[in-house]
Ligand binder design. Structure first.
Ligand code: NAP
Ligand code: MG
Length: 519
């Protein structure tokens, strides 16, 4: 099997009227399907339970996007047992066959792009560009991991040993539990699931309760792409109940999680406990939160830095693990930076995702409550420059908020807020800026704006950050070009979309045969 070399999926140009129209038409079409109830899918069969939960449109908070039967302990067991049985077959399906399915799924996703974007706009509150980038990233993950699987299933280089014929091959692990977040509701869900599946594992997917529809869309695509029943099992339900039962199940071999630090730590602890009948240590890949900084040096173009900070801090309402939530600014340009920042942020208009405002709603009532709490703390910790309140609309709309003069150890400088709130910190010089940028428990993304090559090299050496950018924004990692993952409490640095990623779903088997007649 030969595939063309990997290329990132182009983003849709929404300044073109024809594309805008396609997106609006897809929204109309998807709107006609709102309010349906979907079953859990185990071994290709539909299951209903006593309880139902809803996914809502955060732009219009009483509008139900879809409803789902809620998984329970009994169905967790059935799903894991089904996946466990199916693994015996799926692991023996040649890698090329598995790759064909994933590449077909990428093609179907491309064909349904506007429709998938539409579901995401309605369920997660992304604007058109953000939704389109999310869908494109999902396509990239499938295309990239498909190619990676071909590489890992090929002949592996090992040192020859005289008198022996030796080979090393990568084999899958077993049943994986995939637990994605709601903030890249399609890309991360698809990336984690497709990597596990193409590597030969079987999966129980528990989507985020805020964006279960995106999981359903992926399930249907995989089915249409020809994935055999039971390889992917779809089990919506609460993190607490379904999540804990899945993670604790003795037949689960690995957990692939992306979400908050608190839940990641909890999963890691629970998975570490060996259950009766369990004959392996579970592998946990946990990608978690961030408290990402942009350092703005004295020797830089302030306007460019402001643009980068604004894009990184307020894209998708700041609800990205990679979002800039601290600008660390040299004192010699501090006042200029803050006043230019204020002017830029005040240009941002907030409104319904469906109407494609630059900023939409935050994802849920819960999210809104948490962010407002931090805004109130921040008002006490610093000087409110702009924003700081809600909009009187029928969704979870917050004004983009900037709070300056924040102490590096202040709460809003240390804790992940996950919303449109930016702390600005004054620093006396470049060295101090680097120290401040390293002063949290996280280490996910960050950027440095400077024209000074020496300072840039120093930052490269000293910043303990998994995805570090220079003179550009700190969001928008591309599959292949910017393998993604963070240090410390930002996670296990899995580097999603990179060459090391599939190894997390594989184990190496060494086979050594003595050649007859040789000593
Ligand atoms: P979250 O609250 O931790 O939830 C993530 C997932 O875990 C959801 O599917 C959730 O299900 C599930 N869950 C909750 N409790 C569980 C349990 N006890 N056992 C198993 N699963 C459980 O995070 P989120 O609010 O969805 O996402 C935002 C967070 O993700 C932020 O902290 C962000 O920084 C992080 N993130 C990190 C990366 C990265 O690559 N490092 C990328 C994106 C996002 P329910 O929805 O049912 O509760
Ligand atoms: Mg929702």
């Amino acid at each position: 099997m030969k595939l063309k070399s990997f290329k990132n999926e182009p983003l849709t140009d929404f300044t073109k009227h024809s594309n805008l129209k396609k997106q609006k038409d897809a929204l109309k079409k998807v709107r006609k399907q709102l309010g349906k109830t979907y079953e859990l899918m185990i071994g290709g069969k539909k299951y209903r339970t006593e309880n139902i939960f809803n996914s809502y449109n955060p732009s219009n908070k009483t509008e139900i996007v879809s409803s789902f039967y809620k998984g329970n302990a009994e169905l967790v067991n059935l799903a894991v047992e089904t996946a466990f049985k199916k693994f015996d077959e799926w692991k023996n399906v040649p890698a090329e066959e598995r790759v064909k399915i994933i590449i077909k799924a990428a093609k179907l996703t491309r064909e349904r792009k506007f429709e998938i974007n539409a579901w995401m706009i309605l369920e997660a509150g992304k604007n058109y560009v953000e939704a389109d980038a999310d869908t494109a990233e999902a396509i990239d993950f499938m295309e990239f991991y498909g190619r990676e699987m071909l590489r890992y299933s090929g002949k592996q280089p090992i040192t020859p040993v005289p008198g022996e014929k030796n080979e090393l091959s990568y084999i899958p692990l077993g049943v994986g539990v995939v637990v994605p977040p709601w903030n890249f509701p399609f890309a991360i869900l698809v990336g984690m699931s497709s990597a596990a599946i193409v590597s030969g594992n079987t999966v129980v997917l528990k989507p985020s309760s805020d964006t279960p529809m995106m999981g359903k869309v992926f399930y249907d695509i995989m089915k249409d792409a020809g994935l055999p029943d039971g390889v992917l099992n779809f089990l919506p339900g609460s993190g607490g109940e379904v999540g804990d039962n899945l993670v604790g199940h003795p037949k689960v071999r690995f957990i692939s999680f992306t979400g908050s630090m608190e839940v990641g730590i909890h999963i890691n602890e629970l998975a570490a406990k060996v259950q009766p009948g369990q004959i392996w240590l579970k592998r946990v890949v946990a990608e978690m939160g961030g408290k990402d900084s942009i350092v703005v040096d004295s020797e830089t173009n302030v306007d460019e830095a402001v643009q980068g900070v604004v894009a990184s801090a307020f894209g998708y309402q700041g609800q990205k693990c990679s979002a800039c939530s601290r600008a660390i600014v040299d004192k010699s340009i501090y006042n200029e930076f803050v006043s230019k920042l204020k002017a830029e942020v005040e240009k941002i208009q907030v409104g319904p995702a469906e109407e494609n405002y630059r900023m939409g709603p935050v994802v849920s009532a819960n999210a809104e409550r948490g962010i407002v709490e931090y805004i109130n703390i921040g008002k006490g910790e610093g000087r409110l420059i702009t924003g700081g309140d809600k909009l009187p609309l029928d969704g979870y709309y917050l004004r983009p908020t900037v709070i300056a003069d924040i102490d590096p150890m202040a709460k809003i400088s240390q804790e992940e807020i996950f919303g449109p709130v930016l702390a600005v910190i004054k620093s006396s010089n470049f060295d101090e800026s680097i120290k401040i940028a390293n002063n949290t428990r996280y280490g996910l993304t960050g950027a440095v704006y400077t024209n000074n090559r020496k300072k840039l090299e120093k930052a490269k050496k000293e910043l303990f950050i998994g995805n570090l950018y220079f003179n550009r924004k700190c969001t928008g990692a591309l599959v292949g070009g910017h393998p993604f993952g963070g240090f410390n409490m930002s996670g296990t640095d899995s580097k999603a979309g990179g060459r090391d990623y599939l190894l997390l779903f594989l184990q190496a088997k060494l086979m050594s045969e003595k050649i007859k007649g040789k000593k």
